[in-house]
Design a protein around this ligand. Structure first.
Ligand SMILES: [Zn+2]
Length: 273
């Protein structure tokens, strides 16, 4: 027993150090990519804030996550270890390559759905921040034929509607989680060039060129879903959604001024400063 354990530890140490030769060494090299280096402190603070804001605004509970592309290397992204977003601190952030291999997990538990982030960054060079949440208000629009449509000016990013990812079409019967590269790639393909993708029976992935966009869109997407459900519940009468041309003009005008005003407010509330 003692010997077996010692042998295991020795082998683990060698694997971790990456000094075994042959296939084991190759696997180790793939699993521990090089770091891009120190994270910009402002970006790190914003990533912590983004985690706290999503919890504070009721977009995530214990589940859900948010990532940002590394400031030094577009082939790296930053995401918390497996943890409720409200609890995330700088010490919890793990660096990943775009295959969602951790650079510095150091034994920390990882989100099983980190592939959502890696595969979207791979497919969308314009995207620098990704959120994934299970907002209850969005679920109906992923499981019915009722399309989510932009109700008001804060939801112009919905445009002419959002795609729906049905994991069953790519992977058959699953536990619904995007827990490997293949499923992540299929999700990113369904997202296409849109700002978000609804996930049937699961939630949503939202993207943006920076954290305030991904977080702001996550907040207003959930609000829009609630407003649309309320409007439809009124019954009767015709609903006037934003015209695609109006949505386009909103996007052209800097999409609600880059979320600067709400971001300042949310961040102050979330970080207490
Ligand atoms: Zn999920």
């Amino acid at each position: 027993m003692y010997l077996a354990r010692r042998e295991f530890l020795t082998r683990s140490t060698l694997l971790t150090a990456g000094i075994l030769f042959g296939p084991a060494r190759l696997i180790t090299a793939q699993q521990t990519p090089a770091s891009a280096g120190p994270i910009d402190p402002t970006l790190l603070e914003d990533l912590i804030a983004a985690n706290r804001i999503l919890a504070q605004e009721g977009i995530v509970d214990a589940f859900g996550h948010v990532s940002v592309r590394h400031n030094r290397n577009p082939n790296r992204f930053l995401l918390s270890r497996s943890l409720a977003p409200a609890l995330v601190t700088a010490a919890d952030i793990i660096e990943y390559d775009l295959d969602s291999n951790a650079v510095n997990a150091n034994g920390r538990a990882q989100y099983s759905e980190r592939f959502i982030h890696g595969e979207i960054y791979k497919a969308r060079p314009d995207v620098n921040a990704v959120t994934h949440c299970h907002s209850a208000s969005l679920i109906p629009f992923g499981v019915t034929s009722v399309p989510l449509r932009p109700m008001y000016h804060m939801a112009g990013f919905i445009g002419e509607g959002l795609p729906i990812f049905d994991i069953r079409k790519t992977a058959g019967m699953t536990d619904m989680l995007v827990s490997d590269s293949q499923k992540g790639r299929a999700l990113a393909q369904t997202l296409g060039n849109k700002t978000a993708v609804l996930m049937r029976g699961h939630g949503v992935a939202v993207v943006g060129p920076a954290l305030p966009f991904a977080v702001g869109r996550s907040v207003y997407l959930e609000l829009n879903a609630r407003v649309q459900a309320q409007t439809m519940a009124l019954g009767g009468g015709q609903i006037t959604y934003l015209d695609p041309e109006e949505a386009r003009k909103i996007m052209e005008s800097g999409e609600n001024r880059s979320y600067e005003r709400p971001w300042e407010l949310w961040k102050k509330k979330a970080l207490g400063k």
